[in-house]
Design a protein around this ligand. Sequence first.
Ligand code: GLC
Length: 557
Amino acid sequence: MGDIMEQTRWYKDSVFYHIWPRSFCDGDGDGVGDLHGVYGKLDYIRSLGCDGIWFSPLYPSPGVDCGYDVADYMDIDPLFGGMAAFRRVLDAAHERGMKVIMDLVVNHTSDAHPWFQKSRRRIPPYTDYYIWRKPLAGGKLPNNWDSQFEGKAWQWDAMRREYYLHLFAVRQPDLNMDNPLVRQEVKRILQFWLELGVDGFREDVITFLSKRDGLPNDYLMPAIRGIGHYNDGPRIHEYLREFREVLDKYDTFTVGEAPLLSPRRALDYVDERRGQLSAVIQTQVMNADCLLTEYVPVPFSLRRLKRSFDAWQKGLDGKGWNVLYLENHDHPRVLSRYGSEAYHTASGKAIAACYLFQKGTPFLYQGQEIGMTNWRPRRAEDYEDVQTRWHYRNMLARVLPPSVRLKWCHRASRDSARTPMQWSGAPNAGFTTGTPWFRVNENYRRINVAAQDADPDSILNFYRAAIALRRRFATLMREGSYTDHDPLSDGLYVYSRALNGERLLVVCSFTDKALRFCAPKGFVLARGELLLHSYDDALDGNGFVTKPYECRVYHFR
Ligand code: GLC
């Protein structure tokens, strides 16, 4: 039985490509990315070696949080081409041997969702679908929690004459998951998409679903005050077990977004004997240059990054499965953060090599494979993201003048990574024939898919080679052990994977300085085969002096 389960865990051999639909490719010329555009790019995604796609939300939505405010869970927004276009993409993906997972956003809905509209009118059975509270004495808010996007976590509703909880934007009311009817709705949503043929879900802030009884006050830092009472909450595992009633009838991949979770707590979700989620998206890996959020920056520390890699590789080893990623739609571009725009090609490759060979299911975010960089806005009004706007106008406004705030947001904003995909040097980067919904990064003439496709030494072709390499060796996939050989180095990341006498050694420099790399004990570089490298193959004794952001992958048998 165990073996059968292991075999069906197909996602362990997959590489996923994350599409943020609005900015991926516009197929109908209205300036917004859509499923017609995706359809035309499936072969491109396959050409990377990816065999899975995660779609950020495609559902009808007012777009307050770019689709993470869902108004109808069982349809596809006409903006993206509607249901017919989705089925076409799903079939075409499956024909190419690619899986498709949807974003399941059930911590909250849009305020435009009919459930909310009925709930605020107290129409049964929707009355308790959301978290409504009366004001405390003197009209005070029900507790001191903050929303992660817009001030306090409570909004007064004049119609119902009560406050509702919103952990994110004001127009994203939190669902009351303690209500069995709401959980029933979630199961219906799961069933609907699985019946349609999708292969699983990325589950948005899934660890936030269960709030502590009585919603007590919290004393953590602003912007996340309350999180101690709703992250990894009291009944979350009960709920996830209940959702498995539906999921277990299908062969699915379920990836839960799990902010701030430690590997030890993550095991409660991903331990394969419990089987609640296939894997989690941890956030520690995005904190090598900031404290909890990109809005509190600190200098990049490779050691911190390696500590997080190591903790998750070791923490889940043999018990649960990792998702490997360094970019998604919630974080500024990793090349601009952990790499170097000045050493664009080399650092783009080092970033690929530093995570693609670890144990887990790698995810690539659109544009990462060509090393897209942070977009630089001219004016605050250029920002679309609800979180950025709020930070710009409020949090940062308290302490910083406008020009500094703009720089700060350039470094921290999610919009820095949400600009249209740079397909070519044609107008609008080949993203649309119309007027793009959002600014195109001005560097598209230099950084684009067409140019890199034609260049054997590009970041794009490095990703292709690296993914192909990953698939070639069982040692890099499910089985091989993981060792970080130099956790204390500030400039080099040196790790290996090993299985039955076969070993792969990965060396990545995260600096432009020349560093002396000496092979770890037991490795003789001259006897290894250099499978992938970003400069030349020169050796200097049993090591080499690194060039800026150099990376190499050696194979030993
Ligand atoms: C998750 C999503 C993010 C969204 C938030 C609220 O963190 O990844 O984009 O804004 O949840 O749904």
